[in-house]
Write a protein that binds this ligand. Structure first.
Ligand SMILES: O=C1O[C@H](COP(=O)(O)O)[C@@H](O)[C@H](O)[C@H]1O
Length: 251
């Protein structure tokens, strides 16, 4: 009970009149955290999803004060397709964001797209373990899972986050850091994804949701009225929902 109460206290819901205003505030939020962690520990570990979230990051490239050289950039989920494929979350982020900011290429951790989903998940988990050993990624003292500084996540109309879909067994994974999916209900079917223990060990998580098509998922997650993965997201320090008005029309 007390743990649940503690989680609730760390949750904040921000509602914006327009997606444009949301994008401006999301950029400020991310830039402030970047500043804090770069000063405190000389590095900032950031994880992004694919999907509509990437468009909402467009204002970030305009923030002049960010020390991009200290960023380490990861994906919470990836479709197992070549990096130049239209479905690739790497390509989406590269075209809209990474190609516009000077993050050192060695600090951008894409999946190995030449492997099977299972092998790609294992390979990405090995990469994370190496970065934990070398001190690039922190470890959560309470869970023992990697503790990223910030995860920026979208939510699908069905309430999925990362590639964790409603009713899928991977939502209950407790040991693996990175899982794989070969039966995604949303194409493409083959994906890899961080598991909930990793997502929920993050210091900060921003769930970014826009549009009326997601209003039911937002309602189910925030009112805990449905079994949607987005409702299972938490953070060790702060969980912030960034919503535009249409996305919260059912609240
Ligand atoms: O397939 C995916 O979908 C979700 C949600 O995408 P959106 O376009 O509805 O915002 C995304 O967060 C995830 O990374 C992606 O692989």
């Amino acid at each position: 009970m007390s743990t649940e109460k503690g989680k609730e206290e760390k949750k904040r819901v921000e509602i914006f009149d327009t997606e444009e205003n949301l994008a401006v505030e999301l950029a400020k939020y991310t830039a402030d955290l970047s500043d804090k962690y770069c000063k405190e520990k000389g590095a900032f570990t950031v994880v992004v999803s694919g999907g509509s979230l990437i468009k909402s990051l467009r204002k970030l490239v305009e923030v002049g004060s960010i020390d991009w050289s200290r960023w380490h950039f990861f994906w919470v989920d990836e479709r197992v397709v070549p990096k130049h494929h239209e479905d690739s979350n790497y390509k989406l982020a590269y075209d809209a964001f990474l190609s516009k900011v000077p993050i050192p290429p060695g600090n951008v951790y894409a999946i190995n797209d030449s492997l099977s989903p299972e092998a790609a998940a294992e390979d990405y988990e090995t990469c994370l373990k190496h970065l934990v050993q070398t001190g690039v990624i922190r470890v959560s003292e309470s869970t023992g899972f990697p503790k990223f500084d910030l995860m920026l996540l979208g939510v699908g109309p069905d309430g999925h986050v990362a590639s964790l879909f409603p009713g899928h067994g991977l939502c209950g994974e407790e040991k693996r850091w990175v899982g794989f999916v070969t039966d995604s209900p949303k194409p493409p079917s083959e994906r890899i994804t961080f598991t909930f223990p990793v997502i929920n060990s993050s210091a900060h998580v921003a769930l970014v949701v826009c549009g009326s098509g997601k209003a039911e998922a937002v309602e189910a997650a925030l009112k805990k009225t449905g079994d949607v993965p987005a409702g299972c997201v938490s953070a060790e320090e702060e969980l912030v929902w960034f919503l535009d008005k249409p996305a919260c029309s059912k609240l």
